[in-house]
Design a protein around this ligand. Structure first.
Ligand SMILES: [Zn+2]
Ligand SMILES: [Zn+2]
Length: 298
């Protein structure tokens, strides 16, 4: 479930099997207020006990704005790299309650966090350090990579093993070039330590697609330099070039096995028998920038 995705704030919830009673989950990033978090979880029949930890991708404000209140009011363990925790200390987060919530995630190994196995990989972005996460639950794998200037081999290798990938599709090249931003900001976004464009995201999808891939969520879309339609069409074209059928709307939780109403965005199958993805299908959704999504079955 995405609670918010973009420069206004980023936060995602990943839970285990909600049909079980003793469910748990993790939050990725802390870009929404405690109140907004509570409301979004409540709308899905969940409460604050539905997650037992917060994972942090990097120290930009749209990802960590509410980290201190999560630590103080919710007393949830905060998992991040040692480098990021050190950066938080220097960014006005040097409260005792932050220290008691601090958990350092170990490099190059799977860390057990709330019943999930979590591994991080570094990505290029202009923060102190920026990471993506590979999260395994049973035999299911989920990968999130938000805020990255370019794709790396390591990120691709994790995505190639995942059924679900959340990947940044930040800007449309033409809109950025002709948009309102200063030349300096345009450069910051588009150089290798800024954000991933629709075209770069499409190339990445072609590189990591594998027959086991079931769904892609496009995240962190720019408000000024992108549209949901442009991002979706670009990613869909990449999948279709491989012969993969694209389904325009991941099925919300509780409808497993059934295709949800595609709300006008269904994109028809154009693959041919000679293409590698022929017979495969991927659900594709560009995440809303500020409103929460429903829970999705992964
Ligand atoms: Zn961001
Ligand atoms: Zn960032």
């Amino acid at each position: 479930m995405s609670l918010s995705s973009g420069s206004a704030g980023n936060c995602y919830y990943l839970g285990d099997d909600l049909t079980g009673k003793a469910h748990c989950g993790v939050l990725i990033d802390a870009g929404v207020s405690v109140r907004a978090l509570k409301n979004a979880l409540q709308a899905e029949g969940l409460d604050m006990e539905a997650f037992g930890a917060v994972l942090v991708t990097h120290d930009h404000w749209d990802h960590v704005r509410n980290l201190a209140s999560y630590a103080k009011r919710l007393k949830k363990p905060i998992w991040a790299t040692e480098k990021l925790h050190s950066a938080f200390l220097g960014r006005g987060f040097c409260y005792p309650f932050m220290q008691s919530c601090r958990r350092d995630i170990e490099e190059g190994k799977w860390n057990e966090i709330c019943g999930f196995n979590v591994r991080y990989f570094e990505v290029p972005h202009d923060a102190t350090q920026t990471v993506g996460y590979a999260i395994a639950y049973g035999d299911r794998k989920f990968v999130i990579m938000t805020d990255l200037g370019r794709m790396t081999e390591e990120a691709l290798s994790f995505a190639r093993q995942a059924e679900t990938v959340v990947i940044e599709s930040n800007y449309d090249d033409y809109m950025l070039l002709h948009g309102p931003y200063t030349q300096e900001l345009k450069m910051r976004i588009s150089q290798g330590h800024g954000h991933l464009s629709n075209a770069e995201c499409a190339e990445a999808i072609k590189a990591f697609w594998h027959p086991g891939l079931e769904r892609i969520f496009l995240c962190h879309l720019s408000e000024n330099n992108n549209t949901h339609e442009k991002a979706t069409l670009s990613a869909a074209a990449a999948l279709e070039s491989l012969g993969v059928e694209v389904i325009g709307n991941p099925a919300p939780s509780g409808t497993s096995g059934l295709l949800a109403e595609a709300s006008g965005s269904y994109i028809s199958h154009t693959g041919s028998a000679s293409l590698p993805g022929s017979g495969c299908a991927v659900r594709l959704l560009a995440l809303p920038r500020t409103s929460p999504t429903p829970l999705f079955d992964l």
